[in-house]
Design a protein around this ligand. Structure first.
Ligand SMILES: [Zn+2]
Length: 104
């Protein structure tokens, strides 16, 4: 296991993230994850899962034997995951941004 402490990706939230029962890292702290609807939760876990599958394939292939299609698929999966995650971060922090604007 990596020793680096992962924190919630929502800006201003510094909650550290643990690991789920099946060994996956939590993608957001419980408070922000609770704000996502089921469709968003399904989308972020699906994007994370396909990235992880490609990552395992990538790591189990010798660098000189990695086919370009694998490198492209992995890069695309990472981009997709980041897009989906950014979308979820927006959804999870919606109320907070409004509160901030009201305060300003
Ligand atoms: Zn959070």
């Amino acid at each position: 296991m990596s020793s680096s402490v992962r924190t919630c990706p929502v800006p201003g939230c510094h909650a550290s993230l643990g690991t789920t029962r099946n060994g996956n890292p939590y993608l957001m702290c419980p408070r922000h994850y609770a704000k996502l609807d089921n469709a968003a939760r399904l989308k972020i876990w699906r994007a994370f899962g396909s990235w992880q599958r490609l990552e395992r394939k990538y790591l189990s292939t010798l660098p000189t034997l990695r086919p370009p299609a694998l490198l492209e698929a992995r890069a695309l999966a990472i981009r997709t995951y980041i897009d989906v995650r950014d979308d979820c971060v927006r959804k999870a922090s919606e109320g907070e941004i409004e509160q901030l604007q009201v305060a300003l």
